[in-house]
Design a protein around this ligand. Sequence first.
Ligand code: ADP
Ligand code: MG
Length: 152
Amino acid sequence: MKSKTITTKTPEATEKLGEKLGRLLKGGELVELSGDLGAGKTVFIKGLAKGLGIKQAISSPTFTINRIYEAGPLRFYHFDFYRIDLKDIVAFEIAEAAADRDGVTAVEWAENVAGALPDEHLTVSVKAADQTHREIVFTANGSKYQTLISKL
Ligand code: ADP
Ligand code: MG
């Protein structure tokens, strides 16, 4: 059978259908959900997770690409790219790294993710003056960095 159409009349029915599919899965399957916003993809996935034996409530991933549910017999990876703006993820990852008091973060090509940098940062701009000479400009964004570059 190449295709099959099942019409559901209620969200519950769609969830049940997902649950049915979930019970049939053995591991190693990839299920793609497509359809417009509000079509019922997440409703279906909630059922799917139930069918996989996952007791936790499924909530759409935010600020992360996926959510992983480990409690069931099979691990369940839920990806949902609807609310994902890659810039948000990038900003979140950078902010997380930058918040690490035991760490230092360097970001190249930050202009490709405009707005993703925390306000306070040091900009180091490198420009080739010729083959061998480089003009390196340090710009302090925030007083901490002013102090710092004064020591260079
Ligand atoms: P999606 O993830 O595709 O954007 P959701 O699953 O979050 O959509 O939402 C589907 C919405 O449609 C829910 O509010 C649900 O109650 C409603 N709905 C109405 N009828 C159905 C149905 N037969 N199956 C699934 N959802 C339905
Ligand atoms: Mg959804």
